[in-house]
Design a protein around this ligand. Structure first.
Ligand code: NDP
Length: 228
């Protein structure tokens, strides 16, 4: 589990702990909810991801379910977006997911069972002004999950994307009030989502019951992204 210290990731960690699983949570800070193994890691750095997996394996055994959730935004309109803003978001959101999936897959192949779950976003398919970098990484995760499905689908491993809409976290808390009001008006459910609602979808994709679901994009967005 990456980015398990706060927000959606924290809720996912808590959901898996509540179901009795052993959980390792890697994040920049290495903080984790009580009961989970916290590991400091930079997902953009393959060596750091390798070390985090090695620590998780030493404590808990092979990783059966991996959730690539760590993500950042550096929002601004394309005209003002620097190369550094673009690269930073790609490095964490897309290359980070690649590093995690790559390190996860060998033990999963050995076990002939595995679950790779990427946390994407409604904006990956819907688009969002000021998020050219972020939206590109989130749609990139869909191509990654579908290619992994074709590579690994015959080996008991699934790869899926969850596409949350606007979820109440620190990432959305910084948005101006009128922006949030505008979003609420556009969301058929009429409200922002809660982190536990994303965690429930992750738990489903991780379950045995979801063994025939792969290459899917599962929206958890109150209907915002319908048709995309
Ligand atoms: P937060 O900003 O609340 O938390 C992000 C987490 O990712 C933190 O734990 C942070 O670590 C970790 N992280 C950031 N960069 C790195 C890195 N380089 N290496 C390791 N860990 C890192 O985000 P949210 O919970 O809001 O979002 C989680 C995911 O859900 C993201 O992928 C986001 O794009 C996606 N999402 C969020 C939506 C929302 O409305 N909130 C909507 C759609 C998608 P630390 O705590 O140490 O800083």
């Amino acid at each position: 589990m990456t980015g398990g210290a706060r927000g959606i990731g924290r809720a996912i960690v808590e959901e898996f702990l509540a179901q009795g699983h052993k959980v390792a949570a890697a994040s920049t800070s290495g903080k984790a909810p009580d009961g989970a193994l916290g590991i400091a890691c930079d997902v953009a750095d393959a060596a750091s991801v390798d070390a985090a997996f090695t620590a998780a394996e030493a404590a808990h055994g092979p990783v059966e379910v991996v959730v690539a959730n760590a993500g950042i935004t550096k929002d601004t309109l394309l005209m003002r977006m620097s190369e550094a803003d673009f690269d930073a978001v790609v490095d964490v959101n897309l290359k980070g997911a690649f590093n995690v999936a790559k390190r996860a897959c060998r033990p999963m192949l050995r076990a002939k069972w595995g679950r790779i779950i990427f946390i994407g976003s409604v904006v990956g398919l819907y688009g969002s002004p000021g998020q050219v970098n972020y939206a590109a990484t989130k749609s990139g995760l869909i191509g990654m999950a579908r290619s992994l499905t074709r590579e690994l689908g015959g080996r008991g491993i699934t790869a899926n994307v969850i596409a949350p809409g606007f979820i109440e976290t620190e990432m959305t808390a910084v948005l101006p009030e009128d922006t949030v009001a505008g979003y609420k008006a556009a969301i058929p459910a009429g409200r922002l989502g809660a982190t536990h609602e994303v965690a429930a979808a992750v738990a489903y994709l991780a379950s045995d019951a979801a063994g025939y679901v792969s290459g899917a994009v599962l929206p958890v967005d109150g209907g915002l992204g319908m048709g995309h």
